[in-house]
Ligand binder design. Structure first.
Ligand SMILES: [Zn+2]
Length: 232
C-alpha cells in the first residue's frame, strides 16, 4: 500500500461521526464543525477535561491518535475524555438554532422513544437531564403530551443527563410550536366501586332470585295438584 493510500484512509476517519453512529449513541446529534471550531463556544470547558487538547483535536478532526505510541490505558482515558467533552459541547449546541433543527428531526422520527402512557398514543419524547452539572444523574425522557418524565430504553440509561441539559425540550417546544402535541392526553378515571351500592345491588339480586324460585315452586305445586285431580 502506498503512503497516499493509507493517508486517504486515515482522512476518512472522523471521531464525531464514528461516535454518533455507535449503537446506544443515537440520541446525540452531529455537532457541525463550524460550531466546534469556534473557541468562544467552548468557554470554560478546558478546566473540566483532563486531556482537553487531545480530545478537542479528535473532535475537530485535526489529530489522528497514534495508538501504537500510547498505552492501552491512556487510549481508554483519552477516549473517555473525548466522549465527555463531546457531551459538554453537545448540551450547548442543541440549544442553538441549528442544533435544535437537528434534534427536531430526530424527535419527529421517534428516535428518543415513545411515551409509555397508554393515553399518549405513542407520543414521541425528548431527552432531558435533571441537572446541568455533569456526573450527577443519567438521562431521562420527557413526554410533551402528559408532561411527565420516564426512563429511556436500557441501552441509553448510562448516558449523562447533563449532555442534554434541563431546558432543551422546553426551548425546542417554545420555539417550534408545530412540534407541540395538539391535545393533552385523555385522563384515566378508575371505576370506583361503592361497597354500599354494591351491597344493596347484591341483596336485590338475591331477593329477586328467591321470589322467582317461590313463584316457580308455586306453579309446580299447582301443576301437580291439577294432575292429581285429573287422575281422581
Ligand atoms: Zn405521555
Amino acid at each position: 500500500m502506498s503512503r497516499t493510500d493509507s493517508d486517504s484512509e486515515q482522512d476518512e476517519y472522523d471521531w464525531v461521526e464514528t461516535f454518533c453512529d455507535q449503537r446506544g449513541n443515537e440520541f446525540f446529534c452531529l455537532i457541525d464543525e463550524e460550531y466546534v471550531n469556534s473557541n468562544f463556544n467552548l468557554t470554560g470547558l478546558r478546566q473540566q477535561v483532563r486531556y482537553y487538547k487531545t480530545a478537542l483535536k479528535l473532535i475537530r478532526n485535526t489529530n489522528k491518535l497514534d495508538l501504537e505510541k500510547l498505552s492501552e490505558e491512556k487510549v481508554l482515558e483519552i477516549e473517555e475524555d473525548t466522549e465527555y467533552l463531546y457531551g459538554l459541547i453537545h448540551s450547548r449546541y442543541i440549544v442553538t438554532d441549528e442544533g435544535m433543527r437537528r434534534m427536531a428531526k430526530k424527535y419527529r422520527a421517534g428516535i428518543f422513544g415513545k411515551c409509555p402512557n397508554v393515553f399518549c398514543n405513542r407520543q414521541p419524547c425528548l431527552p432531558i437531564g435533571l441537572y446541568d452539572e455533569p456526573k450527577r444523574d443519567t438521562l431521562k425522557i420527557y413526554c410533551p403530551k402528559c408532561r411527565d418524565l420516564y426512563l429511556p430504553k436500557l441501552r441509553y440509561r448510562k448516558i449523562d443527563g447533563a449532555y442534554f441539559g434541563t431546558t432543551f425540550p422546553h426551548l425546542l417546544l417554545n420555539t417550534r410550536k408545530k412540534l407541540r402535541p395538539m391535545k393533552p392526553p385523555q385522563e384515566y378515571k378508575p371505576e370506583i366501586i361503592d361497597p354500599k351500592i354494591n351491597k344493596t345491588k347484591m341483596e336485590n339480586e338475591i331477593k329477586k332470585e328467591e321470589e322467582e324460585e317461590l313463584v316457580n315452586n308455586q306453579k309446580k305445586e299447582e301443576n301437580e295438584e291439577e294432575l292429581n285431580t285429573e287422575e281422581k
